[in-house]
Write a protein that binds this ligand. Structure first.
Ligand SMILES: [Zn+2]
Length: 299
């Protein structure tokens, strides 16, 4: 684990989840904390080695691999935790994550550390509709937050020094090649987020699951490309139940679902596309004992 410097204040710790670090003197603000206690322990050790004290944690969203290290760090430091509305609810009550994926009390397989991190206190709940400046005290006068919803309902990015920590708003080509269809929970807002990133002019972008880059457009394009392909494929199917559509989607995109976690994450992603197409009037719903989705005839 290494601390990598991008600008005077902006640093990050590259890893499976890139952890943001904003530095001011001997104090540091963390952006996300990794999957679990072990991640929290390693982050804290690295900061101590660099003579840094954690002043605050900003969680970009409530997926387990982004806040799982919180509780370890919060217990050992005076760090205050900041998280956006809705996401803050899950960070404090992580059971909500497998609960909403399964939409009832989940099978035990879904209550794993990948979907249900250790709960963490949240000290400040951020209203991303009205707040842009983050008040972290006088050591950090220039930290801004930015709404980047889509991958999760209320995800935020954090900006300092022209560097944007853009969380899971874009995925790398490698991630897309591996998972084929990345997890997006709200397609409309994800598209808006991608177009906002495309037009933005930050000097540097640090996504959590892609290499830091000074040019975001290629990442934006490859993420948009998958969304377009999924949409087109779903429309080409004409009619089907959610399960039928899921099976065809997996065949088309060569996705193998082999456990509850993979199945429910992909089902949620598919449902995000279905509600998006339904709300746009592209799909209609037929209730014939079960729910059938059907493409609306044009004209
Ligand atoms: Zn995520």
């Amino acid at each position: 684990m290494k601390l990598k410097q991008i600008s005077e204040e902006a640093y990050y710790i590259p890893g499976a989840v890139n952890i943001g670090v904003i530095k001011s003197g001997n104090s540091a603000v963390l952006i996300d904390t990794g999957l679990d206690r072990e991640a929290g322990r390693r982050i804290l050790r690295l900061l101590e080695k660099n003579n840094l004290k954690v002043k605050a944690i900003i969680n970009t969203h409530s997926h387990a691999d982004h806040f799982g290290g919180n509780s370890y760090i919060v217990r050992r430091t005076d760090a205050k935790v900041y998280a956006p509305e809705i996401e803050a609810g899950i960070i404090q009550y992580p059971y909500l994550e497998p609960l909403y994926l399964y939409s009832a009390h989940p099978v035990k397989d879904l209550m794993s550390r990948f979907l249900m991190a250790e709960a963490s206190r949240v000290d400040f709940v951020l209203d991303v509709k009205t707040e842009t400046k983050l008040d972290l005290g006088e050591e950090y006068p220039n930290v801004d937050i930015l709404s980047l919803p889509g991958h999760s309902p209320n995800q935020i990015g954090v900006e300092v020094d022209g560097v944007l920590y853009c969380a899971d708003s874009v995925f790398s080509r490698n991630v897309i090649e591996k998972y084929k269809i990345p997890l997006f929970m709200d397609i409309e807002r994800q598209k808006q987020t991608l177009s906002l990133l495309e037009k933005s002019g930050y000097e540097y972008y640090i996504p959590c699951h892609a290499e830091a880059t000074n040019d975001i457009s290629e990442l934006v394009e490859s993420n948009l490309d998958v969304i377009r392909k999924v949409e087109e494929f779903l429309i080409s199917l004409k009619r089907g139940t959610t399960e039928e559509i899921l099976r065809k989607l997996c065949q088309e995109f060569e996705i193998k679902l082999s456990n509850f976690t993979e199945y429910y994450l992909m089902t949620s992603t598919l449902r995000a596309y279905l509600s998006y197409l339904y709300d746009k009037g592209v799909l209609a719903a037929n209730f014939d004992e079960v729910l059938y989705w059907k493409v609306n005839e044009v004209g």
